[in-house]
Design a protein around this ligand. Structure first.
Ligand code: DGL
Length: 268
């Protein structure tokens, strides 16, 4: 490959997606680690929440977003969504020429290697139903006991900014108490929306019990881009897209990332 082609390949953008603002918990870390990458972010607010959708629906949403990113000539797509990684990734992974990074599959090996005996997972109903965390971690270490608990109310709490409501606090407390009966060494926040709830979660269990897989995920992507000679050293532009409600996205994104412009609404 000539230097010219190589640089052209590297300077293509990387696309991220999630059902809403949750994936920004990954995106924000990525921008810190690799500020010179051009990045695109798609929040699929028209179809949010993903957690109560069927596998077929989730595959359809992922395909539409990846087709959209194909038109943007991306070099990679980051599935900054556990639910889509759990239910759609396997079905679509061979259908595109660019790299696709799914959060669960990319992090499982590192988590499995960390010497934990009992791991709890909080995730959406669709993620828990797939057992993707259990399956992917057991591929690397079958002796770890894993307890997955679905938290269907947590994404609406985050997207609608209901952290302070009594019903939200009680729901989080109930789930944490239930998980603590399992005596986990660590609890994975297996939905990219859940790190937004950390200030609430830590009221009911020690903060260092929780793992936000975003940090592991970003390290994985960075080293894979490095190995593949795909790093960009002269970009840094970013653009945000949503499939509905751009104002709501801009307001609720604030906790993790400051978006200056209103995202572009792409209706498909
Ligand atoms: N944030 C996503 C995840 O990691 C999707 C949550 C949802 O829309 O239900 O699973």
């Amino acid at each position: 490959m000539s230097i010219l082609n190589h640089n052209k390949l590297n300077s293509r953008p990387i696309g991220f997606f999630d059902s809403g603002v949750g994936g920004l918990s990954v995106y924000a870390r990525f921008k810190k680690a690799l500020p010179e990458e051009d990045t695109l972010y798609f929040g699929d607010l028209a179809n949010m929440p993903y957690g109560n959708k069927t596998r077929e629906e989730l595959i359809g949403f992922a395909r539409k977003i990846l087709d959209f990113y194909k038109l943007q000539d991306v070099k990679a797509v980051v599935i900054a969504c556990n639910t889509s990684s759990a239910q759609a990734y396997e079905a679509i992974k061979d259908d595109y020429e660019f790299k696709i990074y799914p959060i669960i599959q990319s992090c499982a090996k590192v988590i499995a290697a960390a010497n934990y005996k009992r791991i709890g997972v909080f995730a959406t109903e669709a993620t828990v139903k797939s057992r993707a965390y259990t399956y992917e971690i057991h591929k690397h270490n079958p002796d770890i006991e894993i307890n997955e608990i679905p938290c269907p109310n947590w994404v609406p709490i985050v997207e609608n900014n209901k952290y302070k409501e009594k019903s939200a606090i009680e729901d989080v407390k109930r789930k944490v108490e239930k998980m603590m009966l399992f005596s986990p060494d660590k609890i994975i926040l297996g939905c990219t929306h859940y790190p937004y709830l950390l200030s609430l979660l830590k009221e009911f269990a020690p903060e260092d019990l929780f793992i936000d897989p975003a940090a592991i995920f970003v390290n994985y992507i960075k080293s894979d881009l490095e190995k593949s000679l795909l790093l960009n050293s002269e970009g840094g532009l970013e653009k945000f897209y949503v499939s509905a409600n751009p104002e709501s996205f801009k307001i609720h994104s604030k906790l993790f990332y400051n978006i200056n412009e209103l995202p572009v609404c792409v209706t498909r």
